[in-house]
Design a protein around this ligand. Structure first.
Ligand SMILES: *Cc1c(COP(=O)(O)O)cnc(C)c1O
Length: 395
């Protein structure tokens, strides 16, 4: 079913799989821990405008974004009861806007705290801030030396600056080999939280865990987890996946792992269609250059997807798409808007046939993982490169 004939491809978003992922995360964190859904990077390429209402349907009411532009897009589509938290960029002059709209934001530096002090002078609402603590990631965050002054400024605001949360971020929780560094960060986080409390500042909700930490390090879950990639149905890394499945899938008495299905279900599918079919005689080069030479009488399908759509050039001559439930190899180089797929062994292929780039077709699957394994990219990077203009529909 082609729902929008203007575009060469479409994205389907599966509500029931999103619910499965949300239920799974909620089952492991328990009812005392909140779930914030991370929707930065256009909801990991899925589309903020589509994912926010879908997430609300499955009971999510807290959204984490990177920047103020993402917060504005979320604000435009969320319902009244949902909350927005900015974890990264917001210009000082936009702070009053965030405050008036009830958007909470990270305070990661003294500058941001001072700008917040100025901003509340011009707002009726109080500022809701999350103190981001530097615990060993060495990217952004308040250091131990800052905390005394932080406490003074907050107290002097007479309640106008409310600390609603205290956060940190781990440097590589997706690797079990990083165990020591994560432990050190947790210790540092607890030390700094205690220091804040001793200065008379309540920390609000404590939140530190991304998907990998949530799945691998139970102690990091605290009052709220900030989960991105797992909510979309992907494991942060295969290490996280193996660790989780082995921990929960091993029989108590033996070493035979019980085959447990992955509890995470892919939300996104990406589909297009065959634009035209071309018979090519043996001994001819297909497409630009000479990387693809036919050795037999061949048939190629022109597929209207290229690197401008986020289909990496690295998949030239090595990726594949699905046609009639079979793998059709990408042949020759991926062009800006098109690629050629070899359908010689799929003689039943016809113009207009559905072509799956990510998803299932008749029991065969291309997951983003296999797509990204071929192109050396992480799931994250492949997903965010899917252009926002491609129509997205909920199924
Ligand atoms: C992106 C991000 C997350 C979510 O990471 P996932 O691995 O996708 O779960 C959590 N916290 C912060 C600060 C982030 O930037």
């Amino acid at each position: 079913m082609i729902i929008n004939n203007l575009h060469s491809s479409r994205i389907e978003l599966n509500l029931s799989n999103l619910r499965t992922n949300a239920d799974f995360i909620r089952s492991i964190i328990g009812s005392d821990c909140r779930l914030s859904f991370v929707i930065k990077g256009n909801a990991y390429g899925h589309g903020i405008e589509q994912m926010v209402p879908m997430a609300e349907m499955v009971g999510i009411n807290h959204f984490s974004v990177f920047s103020s532009d993402e917060a504005a897009r979320t604000l435009a589509v969320k319902n009244e009861n949902s909350q927005i938290m900015i974890m990264g960029f917001i210009a000082d002059e936009m702070l009053p806007w965030a405050i008036e709209n009830g958007i909470s934001f990270y305070v990661s530096s003294m500058d941001r705290l001072k700008a917040t002090t100025e901003a509340v002078k011009n707002t009726a609402a109080n500022a809701h801030i999350h103190l981001e603590l530097e615990t060993g990631f060495h990217r952004t965050g308040l250091t131990k030396n800052d905390l005394q002054e932080v406490a003074q400024i907050i107290k002097k605001s007479h309640g106008r600056i409310e600390v609603v949360g205290t956060a940190t971020h781990y440097a590589g929780a997706e690797s079990i080999a990083n165990y020591y560094r994560i432990q050190k960060q947790m210790e540092k986080y607890n030390e700094l939280c205690n220091l804040l409390v001793s200065q008379g500042i309540a920390t609000g909700i404590r939140h530190t865990a991304c998907s990998a930490a949530t799945l691998t390090y139970p102690e990091t879950r605290m009052d709220m987890v900030r989960v991105g990639i797992a909510m979309y149905g992907f494991w942060p890394t295969s290490e996280t996946k193996m660790n989780y499945l082995l921990n929960y899938g091993l029989k108590p008495d033996g070493d035979e792992p019980i085959k447990i299905p992955s509890p995470l279900k892919r939300v996104i599918s990406w589909k297009t269609q065959i634009m035209s079919l071309h018979a090519v005689a043996p001994g001819k080069f297909v497409g630009y250059g000479n990387s693809c030479l036919t050795t037999v009488s061949s048939c190629f399908a022109a597929i209207p997807i290229g690197y401008s759509h986020g289909f990496s050039r690295d998949l030239s001559n090595c990726g594949y798409v699905l046609v009639r439930g079979k793998r059709a190899p990408v042949s020759g180089v991926v062009n800006m808007n098109m690629l050629m797929a070899d359908v010689t062994t799929i003689p039943e292929a016809r113009k207009g046939d559905e072509v799956v780039i990510i998803g299932n077709q008749k029991g065969t699957e291309i997951s983003v993982s296999s797509f990204s394994a071929l192109s050396q990219y992480l799931n994250y990077e492949v997903l965010v490169q899917i252009p926002s203009e491609i129509p997205r529909i909920q199924i």
